[in-house]
Design a protein around this ligand. Structure first.
Ligand code: DQA
Length: 147
């Protein structure tokens, strides 16, 4: 099965955006590493970033028919606001890991509630870009065990 990586709003600015919170890696370099990590294990990986809630929702819906078997998602600010994206990912029943670059629990109170965490297989935050790699390692192990 295919692995989908979804990046929410403003993550296209990675590299220059508040590096004290989000590090210096660009989104392109993160996606490149993940693609290599997946293909080394024999998995296809697709990454999508969008600033538009409806595009993320539509991409999640497409998982019902496109053979996606696992999602890694950083919903970014939608983490704290989007019942609609939560309902989409809940509706398609594809297992997912929630990733945040920063430790959201060490920041403003409004970042400490997530609409996704109770549905997630697991949540990784505060480990920077490495969080995506650890999430992918788990997804690969899980999908390989199922095969
Ligand atoms: C984030 C944390 C969110 O609170 C914030 O809105 C983001 C990025 C992170 O990766 O640390 O845009 O999801």
């Amino acid at each position: 099965g295919k692995i989908l990586v979804l990046h929410g709003p403003n993550l296209n600015l990675l590299g220059t955006r508040e590096p004290q919170h989000y590090g210096r890696d660009t989104l392109a370099s993160i996606n490149q590493r993940l693609t290599e990590q997946a293909s080394a294990a024999g998995f296809e990986l697709e990454a999508l970033q969008s600033n538009a809630e409806h595009l993320l929702i539509d991409r999640v819906h497409a998982c019902m028919t496109d053979g996606t078997s696992f999602i890694i998602i950083n919903p970014a600010a939608f983490t704290h606001t989007s019942v609609a994206l939560r309902d989409a990912i809940s509706g398609v029943k594809v297992p997912f890991i929630e990733v945040h670059l920063s430790n959201v629990h060490a920041r403003e109170p409004f970042r400490q509630h997530s609409y996704f965490s109770d549905l997630a297989v697991g949540v990784i935050c505060g480990l920077g870009a490495q969080g995506y790699e650890l999430a992918l390692a788990h997804a690969i192990r899980r999908l390989s065990a199922q095969a």
